[in-house]
Design a protein around this ligand. Structure first.
Ligand SMILES: NC(=O)C1=CN([C@@H]2O[C@H](COP(=O)(O)OP(=O)(O)OC[C@H]3O[C@@H](n4cnc5c(N)ncnc54)[C@H](OP(=O)(O)O)[C@@H]3O)[C@@H](O)[C@H]2O)C=CC1
Ligand SMILES: CC(C)CCC[C@@H](C)[C@H]1CC[C@H]2C3=C(CC[C@]12C)[C@@]1(C)CCC(=O)[C@@H](C)[C@@H]1CC3
Length: 355
């Protein structure tokens, strides 16, 4: 039976490159591109079908940053498929990034320079905002929407006698000190991206603890530094054009500059080929590219604490209850409002008919 693979944020960058690589690996896949922009999703599908003419590529509308959209998308997935083999949780945002230029030049002449280029530690801040569900946008997109998706798809992901996998596109920018369990949405800080990626690392650990016995296995990946829309959004485009030769030069000295989406998708692809039981739940799987351009995957131990991973798991369940309740209330209000409008219109018509 053909394997079912769903990739969120599949219309560009690492997600799209992964889809291309998966179809090259197994042309029989049932691949589902879960995207918020259907025009871009359609373009991605066409591009994939150009090189894989007989491939089975579906589209799914999913705005992972919206609770209602996640619930609708999950409903649609349950109607279309009767199991899921791989769910790649790849969609992600880094809104309004700011580079600390002083910290960059300070880091350039320090012993920390390689680490700075690999993780951007201390270099990046972002401006986050509240979304229409009342959640911090980065948290909602990079973490919570994906958590809710897993929860909704549990009947397909946790099936007796079958293993399913979820793979989080995390980052080496994930930092324990950027995350606080008291403020898991990162309402008060300036590093929501780093916080959300750390949250995905610890959530993955908790998912393995709770769900392996039901056949669900979770892994986290860092694709390295990849030139995608997300990265191009950090600096003006002329700047990237100027520093691109330097970037390719730096690549000789560090294996984390994977640079192309194809290379960045290496670990995501590698995981597709592994038996889940052979994987380490405490490791992050890094896509790496050597100076000579060879791609490989390397597991590195994550800086995680079991207690916090358990607490976030519980807190996400609590938050899930709250958002579901709010959504029910909002939908009931909308319905009541619609009914009121209908009745007003009806009375107006009756009045008009009478005179
Ligand atoms: N590039 C890099 O160096 C690194 C990237 N990553 C992670 O890799 C992942 C992929 O990013 P990358 O390929 O680099 O960047 P891209 O911007 O190219 O891809 C991000 C994808 O996520 C989608 N997306 C964003 N928000 C939503 C949403 N609310 N609902 C559904 N889809 C959404 C985007 O869709 P749309 O086109 O509609 O915006 C796009 O398809 C992200 O999670 C990122 O954090 C991690 C480490 C390094
Ligand atoms: C002269 C300029 C101020 C030079 C600025 C260079 C930076 C823009 C890059 C140095 C390290 C890079 C990096 C990322 C983005 C661009 C840099 C900050 C990422 C944060 C992109 C997204 C990720 O998740 C990380 C793994 C990347 C780490 C390195």
């Amino acid at each position: 039976m053909e394997r079912v693979v769903i990739v969120t944020g599949a219309n560009s960058g690492i997600g799209l490159a992964l889809c291309e690589r998966l179809l090259t690996e197994d042309s029989q896949l049932q691949l589902c591109l879960a995207c918020r922009n259907m025009q871009r999703a359609e373009a991605a599908r066409s591009a994939l079908l150009t090189s894989h003419t007989d491939a089975h590529v579906d589209l799914l509308h999913l705005d992972v940053g919206s609770v209602q959209s996640v619930l609708n998308a999950a409903q649609e997935v349950k109607a279309r498929y009767n199991r899921i083999d791989f769910l790649y949780l790849n969609a992600g945002i880094m809104p309004s990034p700011q580079v600390d230029v002083r910290a960059f030049f300070k880091g350039l002449f320090s012993r920390n320079v390689i680490n700075m280029f690999a993780t951007a530690e201390g270099l990046l801040t972002q401006q986050d905002c509240l979304n229409s569900d009342g959640l911090q946008e980065v948290f909602a997109t990079n973490l919570f929407g994906h958590f809710l998706m897993i929860r909704e798809l549990e009947p397909l992901l946790c099936q007796a006698g079958h293993t399913s996998r979820v793979v989080w596109t995390s980052s080496s920018n994930a930092r324990r000190s950027a995350f606080s369990i008291e403020d898991m949405q990162h309402r008060n800080g300036t590093e929501p991206y780093s916080s959300s990626k750390y949250a995905s690392d610890i959530l993955s650990l908790a998912l393995n603890r709770h769900k392996n016995s039901q056949g669900l296995f979770s892994s986290v990946v860092c694709p390295g530094l990849v030139m995608t829309n997300l990265t191009y959004g950090i600096l003006p485009s002329f700047f990237w054009t100027l520093i691109m030769p330097i970037m390719w030069l730096i690549r000789i000295f560090t294996n984390t500059f994977t640079l192309t989406p194809y290379n960045g998708a290496e670990a995501l692809h590698w995981l597709f080929l592994q038996q889940p039981q052979s994987l380490d739940p405490r490791a992050k799987y890094h896509s790496l590219t050597s100076g000579l351009g060879t791609n490989y995957t390397q597991p590195r131990q994550m800086d995680i604490d079991d207690e916090t991973s358990e607490v976030i798991y519980k807190k996400l369940f609590e938050l899930e209850k709250v958002v579901r309740r709010k959504l029910r209330e909002r939908n009931a209000d909308n319905e009541a409002h619609q009914q009121h409008l209908c009745e007003t219109e009806k009375s107006a018509m009756e009045f008009k008919n009478r005179i």
